[in-house]
Write a protein that binds this ligand. Structure first.
Ligand code: PLP
Length: 399
């Protein structure tokens, strides 16, 4: 893989996320090895690879997967500009203005409904006959994007009348695959099958079908030859509401103690004085806050790892700082490494744990880690490839 020159990460406050690209690659292989014959992985890398860095993840998995899927045109272009030549599917929806750019960048387009189809046909007059590779998205019960059964006759007419539309794939998306107790995924599979039949009878078919996200894939909803669109699972997240299907951890969010003080009983900590020490306490400050994506709902609720043990967040999480109570961790000292998310010693704080505390899902915990947190990429024995460096700091070093 291409390695960027080392950046002056030492000029940053000690807060960063570390991404284990080897673990990501192993997860891709582990997941692929469970698929039926002829089925392959589409790595979903939208939203900057769920905050992990789409270019780096793409480089780590490019020769192991069939395709990359992203949500936005700019996400696809970023990958192409970084030299990623893997097939890319733009999940969309599409606008007319985007179509020529997508075609020029060799990006397959998800057609998510009559509006996308119109956009494609309208754009085509300016394309000089270039073929457009598309994947048809069918609504088998998600109710969000996709063609409804009643749209299919017109869809087939338009496709049959425009031979430059090359239907490469047909797909659908499951609404509740994360809940194994809910039979709705089976219902959607059946509807998808019926809709494929409707299209086939109207003369439209595709060499490729893909239906399953991480949850459905891990539950075995993969027909032979169907591809799977997997995001969270490859990042070591748990896609099932109740389950233990996690692959290897990929991301660790690190920080360290920059201020350690003794406060007497009765002394408050933080905005709103929501925490008042009930005993003489040692309070440590970490240089990370809600502007970094450490959710403010973790005020007086979160925990971090310090010296392999859990230390509670006390007081409000502020924009740039978090305070933790280290009274019970006797040896705690300034400069001590702290883990906000990930493993330290025998303890782990997972994205699922944080998500449960703040009433969300691990996806949002990952995608909330903001751009101002540097990304450090680990690959090989001890090699660190550093990225996400702020231009002001690059200039500051005279580079
Ligand atoms: C995000 C997304 C996926 C991936 O979902 P995971 O649960 O992360 O595997 C698959 N398909 C579509 C259409 C998506 O938007």
């Amino acid at each position: 893989m291409s390695s960027q020159p080392d950046q002056p990460i030492e000029l940053y406050r000690p807060t960063w996320i570390e991404i284990d690209l080897d673990a990501y690659a192993r997860n891709v292989d582990a997941l692929a090895s469970r698929l039926p014959q002829d089925s392959r992985v589409i790595a979903v890398l939208k939203a900057n690879g769920y905050g992990h860095g789409s270019v780096q993840l793409a480089q780590a998995c490019a020769d192991r997967i069939a395709m990359i899927a992203v949500a936005l045109l700019e996400e696809a272009i970023e990958l192409r500009r970084a030299g990623i030549n893997t097939p890319i599917l733009l999940l969309g929806p599409l606008t007319t203005n985007q179509v020529p750019v997508a075609i020029a960048q060799d990006i397959a387009m998800g057609l998510t409904g009559p509006e996308s189809l119109d956009a494609l046909v309208r754009a085509h007059s300016s394309l000089g006959g270039a073929p457009a590779r598309v994947h048809l998205k069918l609504d088998s019960g998600m109710g969000r994007m996709g063609f409804m059964p009643s749209d299919l006759a017109t869809l087939a007419d338009v496709i049959n009348a425009n031979p430059w539309i090359s239907v490469e794939g047909i797909y659908t998306h499951f609404a509740n695959a994360s809940s194994p107790a809910d039979p709705y995924t089976e219902v959607q599979m059946e509807r998808f099958g019926r809709m494929l039949g409707q299209l086939r009878d109207a003369g439209v078919s595709a060499p490729l079908h893909h239906t399953s996200n991480s949850a459905a894939t891990l539950r075995g909803f993969v027909s032979r030859g169907h591809f799977v669109r997997v995001g969270l699972s490859l990042l070591g997240g748990e896609p099932l509401d109740t389950g233990d299907t996690r692959l290897e951890r990929v991301l660790t969010w690190r920080s360290s103690i920059v201020r350690l003080k003794e406060i007497p009983a009765g002394h408050p900590v933080g905005y709103g004085t929501t925490f008042i020490a009930s005993r003489p306490s040692r309070i440590a400050t970490l240089p990370v806050g809600y502007a970094d994506g450490y959710n403010r709902l973790l005020s007086n609720r979160g925990e971090v790892l310090l010296r392999g043990r859990r230390a509670p967040v006390v007081g409000r999480v502020s924009m740039d700082l978090v305070t933790i109570d280290v009274t019970d961790i006797g040896l705690a000292a300034p400069g001590d490494p702290v883990v906000l998310l990930g493993r330290q010693g025998d303890e782990e704080i997972s994205a699922e744990e944080i998500a449960a505390k703040i009433g969300t899902i691990p996806y949002e915990v990952f995608t909330s880690i903001s751009e101002r947190v540097p990304r450090v990429y680990r690959t090989g024995e001890d090699m660190l490839v550093k990225s996400g460096v702020h231009p002001a700091i690059e200039r500051g070093t005279g580079d």
